[in-house]
Design a protein around this ligand. Sequence first.
Ligand SMILES: [Zn+2]
Ligand SMILES: [Zn+2]
Length: 646
Amino acid sequence: MSEERKTLEQRAQMTDLERLRHSASHVLATAILKIWPEAQFAAGPPVENGFYYDIDLPHRISPDDFEKIEAEMKKEVKANHPFEKIEVSRDEALELGKQGRLAALGERQEPSKFKLDIIENIPSDEKISLYRNGEFIDLCAGPHVNHTGDIGAFKLTNVASAYYKGDEANPQLQRVYGTAFKTRKELDDYFAMLEEAKKRDHRKLGRELELFVFDDDVGPGLPMFLPRGAVIAEELEKLAKETEFAAGYQRVRTPHIARESLYLKSGHLPYYAESMFPPMELRREDDEFENKRKRFDELQLIVDSKRESPDEYSEFKQLQHELLESDKYYLKAMNCPHHHKLFASIPRSYRDLPLRMAEYGTCYRYEKSGELFGLMRVRSLQMNDAHLYMTPQQFETEFNAVNEMYLNYFKLFGIDKYLMRFSTHDPAKLGQKFVDEPELWKKTEEMTRNVLKNSGINYVEVPNEAAFYGPKIDVQAWSVIGREFSIATNQVDFAQPRNFDLRYKDRDNIDKIPICIHRAPLGTHERFIGFLVEHYAGNFPLWLSPEQVRILTIGDDSKLLDYARSVLNELRAYQVRAEIDDGTDKINGKIQRAEQMKVHTMFVIGKRDMEANAVSVRVHGKGNLGAKPRAEAIAEILQSIRERHA
Ligand SMILES: [Zn+2]
Ligand SMILES: [Zn+2]
């Protein structure tokens, strides 16, 4: 935690809202002193979403005190006192501190001990200033709003303990938190948003709706999907497969591990090593191994010059096998190197391009434990990955098609707040941060920019943030509760095809290097499902619902149960995820249970429904829709699933 004093430069950069919130912390101190005149104050800065003040006070402040404190704060705001800045000499400041006059309403018996300590730490060349509102005077470098009345709306939110300057050797203080806004409406909106965000938190809903779990024996950051969560992953995968098939992609499958040499070739090692799990060591570093390696190199030369005897050849193959076996293996952190190898495995001609290779590949990344967060930051990830290989002439069309795919997905999921960030290189950093290909950078960036402009996509250009191997586009989306997610990426790559010596024979019979696009419109299952859980608040559309239909019987008459089960079987024959609740308890209890699990559609079946060959339809969040002929109700379900209705 940084408890450093703000520099003058940082203070000058305070936003209007930070200024307002910091001013509110002075008002908080004023109010506390009106109630507990002996209170001593340490630091009171603005923080993300609000402000705090650290207080030393024998009385233990609890949330029960907030109303009383807020009432005093209101008086101070209503009085509309100006915030006056008073410049003083160091000696004057020290004298006031000794008189207990700093962070106080008047002189006191006890000196303002923390303020005296703070004065000692102000650089000697820095001017010392006080701020006054009403009777309250504080040691402060500002800045502030003009009057206490400029603080439109505020609320105390929390009290916690904190050590002075964040150091455990120092006294423990009480930290009272609050937040403030220009208007009452902004304050209300903020709390409504927090309430909604809490309800929608994917970690909470993930547990309640039985979607996914973490387990200490499996390991941190390694989510496991329960049946209800696995269903969502599979539906997304189905969507991707259908979409990609229609767009001319081909599917491949690759292992989860590879030898070290693959990642040396791709350049991920050593640069990316920190983000990869440590290797599995199968290599023996001893003399015997070294001798074998030397012998292998000798034989390699002989074999290359085609002078080997049959015995030498078999010794060569034997050693090759042993050396390959004894090596370091890494869990893959990305799918590209495997895909590049698949591209290189067959001679390619311009007629094979564009070649679009897709895989929902599982990757492993060693995220720091402090950075793990629910499904949003994990260590195992299943990625909606694909690599597109093309000629430079095909680039614009291909890149555009990828962007179109993004937009179609966003429409399907009702994501209407998104921004594409187009990251470009910095010519000054060629050869260091960016691969040294000035012409290719210029060309691909120009092409990418054109695609974005021509398609009228909402984007911003961010210089100096491209990937090492080419310009990229990241998509940031905002969920309905305003949470920001980076869910997808679309990258141009002209370095890796070179590293892997990828080639295709062009019309002129000359070998050329393809351009590669890495793209993952649905991101990873983990992050995208986390996003969708919060986006829909767990109320998934029918096609994505873990349980699409639940049949609820009224009573347990055996003929009625037979009818209900025949409806269940019909739904399942159509691949609808249907369950039945045919217990003897009351229908209201059954409905409540289904609503709790956010089951999309309920077919309530009583005697009258049976006699009419009908079902009574109830939809989660919409309530009772009345009785419908069985065939019609089922047909509507099937259509909604097939067309992936919102
Ligand atoms: Zn201040
Ligand atoms: Zn890739």
